[in-house]
Design a protein around this ligand. Structure first.
Ligand code: AMP
Length: 419
């Protein structure tokens, strides 16, 4: 075996790509229907965008970023997520000057140095959608509604929407202190990482998978008991709007999300078909992110969907591969040129046509048409061609009919395009 791909970095092969295109196409349709516009942002950013935006004391910034010094001496990082970059672009290009409310989405690869396993890779793809410039809780519900609508449109079932409120700058510090005091009593139960997290960012302990840490936090105080009046009202309104849209949800007071910038509403959609890495998507409100990256006081809310996990959940009975519409079998020397000419015309008409390049026997060409799962085969036999005829075979029901060679493109376009 020669050179292989890096661990945690995957190829997406042609047999799989139909699923990706279907998901991306559906996302565009749904999001644009909700008034979102696509933005394309760089994969590489200055490291400080992420360290300030995501937070120094998060797993991503502490240990998962692909950071390097470039030839100019600057510290650059392959983006581990897209929200901070989208916020930077919104500020840098003053998109707020046109309209303070921006609804944006993007697709693309993210990079995190995590331990590769099923559903967890080092390069993985996300679909991101963000609304900048609205603090109103109605938009929280609207974003969640769009997300659920999209997931249903691609055919996902058996999903659970979990929500929580993480409080704001006023009430979250009180919760942190309460949690810290509670866990300090149990610090002997905590793993080495969580001993450190207890000092730097005790909320992160909720995400630790170590059994003794899970036991230590089992009866920990809930963030909901610490919310200030405004955060309480905000969360109530989100819940009311979700109910108005007939969306079922589960309150999960232990969901804290991995990034520091979240405030108030946080949400995840989990699938019990995914095993241990069960979150398909996560998101929330981040009213401090813009200030952290040196910008204005602008609220934001959004989500990121993990493409690999979403794709692994697509309905198994749905067909995503585009098979040839037509295979032209032209076994004779004299008919080969005609096959080439016809195939080129049909390509221009958007009809997926294949033909044999090697001049093989009719039997072998028919075998190939079968293997490629072509819907029709056009047989250009030398004898028939002399009579100005060709045979069209429907591969599904095996029926055959003779067609005149004149204006074959028009006839095939009508016949095959219509099916
Ligand atoms: P996050 O940006 O951490 O909130 O993650 C949002 C979504 O991205 C998750 O719900 C996963 O579906 C997906 N995701 C996050 N990290 C990875 C990873 N390392 N590999 C594959 N998917 C991931």
């Amino acid at each position: 075996m020669g050179i292989t791909a890096i661990r945690g970095f995957n190829d997406i092969l042609p047999s799989e790509v139909g699923k990706w295109q279907f998901v991306e196409k559906t996302a565009r349709e749904v999001f644009e229907g909700f008034g979102f516009a696509e933005i394309r942002i760089p994969i590489l950013e200055r490291t400080e965008l992420f360290s300030r935006g995501i937070g120094e004391a998060t797993d991503i910034v502490e240990k998962e970023m692909y950071t390097f010094t470039d030839k100019g001496g600057g510290s650059l990082t392959l983006r581990p997520e897209a929200t901070a970059s989208m916020a930077r672009a919104y500020l840098e290009h003053q998109l707020y000057a046109f309209d303070p409310v921006a609804k944006l989405y993007c697709f693309g690869p993210m990079f995190r140095y995590e331990r590769p396993q099923k559903g967890r890779y080092r390069q993985f793809y996300q679909i991101d959608a963000e609304v900048f410039g609205v603090g109103n809780p109605v938009v929280d519900a609207e974003v969640i509604l769009m997300l659920i609508h999209f997931l249903r449109r691609v055919g996902l079932e058996k999903l659970e929407l979990q929500i929580n409120s993480l409080g704001c700058r006023d009430c979250r510090p009180r919760y942190r202190e309460g949690l810290k005091a509670f866990l300090t009593e149990k610090s002997f139960q905590l793993c080495e990482d969580c001993q450190r997290r207890l000092q730097t960012n005790p909320l992160r302990i909720f995400d630790c998978k170590v059994q003794t840490c899970q036991e230590a936090i089992a009866d920990a105080p809930k963030v909901s008991d610490f919310l200030c009046g405004e955060c309480d009202t905000h969360f109530d309104k989100v819940k009311e709007c979700l109910s108005m849209a007939n969306l079922d949800y589960v309150l999960n007071p232990r969901m804290v999300r991995g990034l520091d910038y979240y405030t108030r509403t946080a949400f995840e959609v989990v699938s019990y078909d995914l095993g241990s890495q069960n979150a398909v998507t996560g998101g929330g409100r981040y009213d401090n992110l813009f200030q952290e990256i040196g910008g204005l006081d602008i609220p934001g809310i959004g989500f990121a969907i993990g493409m690999e996990r979403l794709i692994s959940l697509l309905p198994k009975d749905k067909e995503f591969i585009r098979y040839p519409d037509l295979f032209i079998a032209a076994p004779g020397k004299g008919t080969h040129g005609e096959a080439y000419r016809l195939a080129n015309q049909l390509h221009l008409e958007g009809i997926h046509t294949e033909f044999d390049y090697e001049g093989k026997s009719l039997k072998s060409q028919m075998r190939r048409a079968d293997k490629l799962k072509a819907r029709y085969v056009l047989i250009l036999g030398e004898e028939e061609m002399k009579k100005g005829r060709a045979v069209l075979r429907n591969m599904a029901d095996k029926s055959q009919e003779e067609l005149p060679i004149d204006n074959l493109t028009g006839i095939l376009k009508n016949k095959i395009g219509k099916d």
